[in-house]
Design a protein around this ligand. Structure first.
Ligand code: SAM
Length: 302
């Protein structure tokens, strides 16, 4: 008999975990969403249809998974905790609409993954930002994602130029998705209660731009320009130019001389119509795309 789990009650979850000899591991950011209404709202926000393919990150004991399967999704789920994996297999192992990928999602994402269009994750705080950044940089895009994440990380994902929360992650997220807040979740919505608020965000793949066609340099350039926040764009950009490996005009060691680096940096900024004294946190997505496009035009002629 598959276990019966009451996902709405912290008391019953605690007893279930005890009976099963399972503990909660802080290092995996384990907090179960016990708020049934919030779970329904998250499922609604995904707007998938019966038969649609969907990734779930960190199903835990399956609070969201049950709703996904009930609504007819074909679920591929990543879970790292061996105890939860055992329970998930007892619940849905052998079903055709549930595939479990065991281990760390940062390492187990399948190559040639079949391209499921939706992604759901009540994301462990420990990996949320890294995972989203990596998926975007690898140009692994989804039609829609609904992510629940620490509120502070959500602020960084949604911040615009000029805000103290604006980081390379904000630019990456905006480069591929339109992001809307769905709901703020208080600690009491979870068992065990975390110390901070969480935020549910809905990400829709942009249709006004084609993120898969961005210049190859775009992602590394964005990261590089934010690498030293206090430095000007000119200084961070010259570091990036110096790190470029290919092209002409190399010295004996294969590097570019300081003078040439300065020249290229100035030319790229001029052609992008950007003042060298600006800082990355004031640049818009369009500024970054222009810079990356100009740099790409220079490729092979450094
Ligand atoms: N989805 C469940 C819910 O909403 O109640 C549990 C969410 S809990 C915040 C995060 C889940 O992600 C846990 O089950 C945890 O074991 C899993 N997890 C943490 N790090 C992971 C990783 N690197 N790869 C795969 N799963 C991970």
């Amino acid at each position: 008999m598959p276990p019966s789990i009451n996902y709405d009650s912290s008391r019953e979850l605690r007893i279930f975990l005890e009976e099963q000899g399972l503990g909660m591991r802080k290092k995996y950011g384990q907090n179960f969403l016990i708020d049934r209404e919030a779970r329904e709202r998250i499922l609604d926000a995904l707007e998938f249809r019966k038969g649609d393919g969907l990734w779930e990150i960190g199903p835990g004991l399956g609070a969201m998974t049950r709703g996904l399967l009930d609504r007819g999704a074909l679920v591929r789920a990543f879970e790292i905790d061996p105890g939860f994996i055992r329970i998930l297999k007892e619940l849905w192992g052998g079903r055709e609409d549930f595939i479990l990928i065991e281990g760390d999602v940062l390492k187990t994402w399948p190559s040639g993954d079949g391209g499921e269009p939706y992604l759901l994750g009540n994301l462990p705080y420990t990996i949320g930002a890294a995972l989203l950044g990596e998926l975007i940089e690898k140009k692994r895009f989804f039609k829609r994602m609904v992510i629940t994440i620490q509120r502070e990380v959500a602020r960084r994902m949604t911040a615009g130029p000029g805000s103290g929360d604006y980081t390379s992650l904000s630019v990456l997220c905006a480069s591929a998705y339109t992001i809307r807040p769905v709901q703020v979740l208080r600690p009491s919505s979870f068992y065990p209660a975390p110390h901070v608020d969480s935020q549910v965000l809905r990400f829709d793949l942009r249709t006004d731009m084609d993120p898969s066609s961005y210049p190859a340099f775009f992602y590394s350039l964005v990261r590089s320009l934010f690498s030293s926040r206090r430095k000007t764009v000119k200084n961070n950009l010259s570091g990036f130019v110096a790190s470029l490996k290919e092209g002409e005009n190399r010295d004996a060691a294969g590097g570019l001389g300081k003078g040439r680096i300065r020249e290229i940096t100035g030319e790229v900024l001029g052609a992008s119509r950007l003042s060298p004294e600006r800082r990355a946190e004031t640049l818009s997505l369009e500024d970054f795309l222009t810079l990356a496009g100009v740099l790409e035009g220079y490729h092979g002629h450094y």
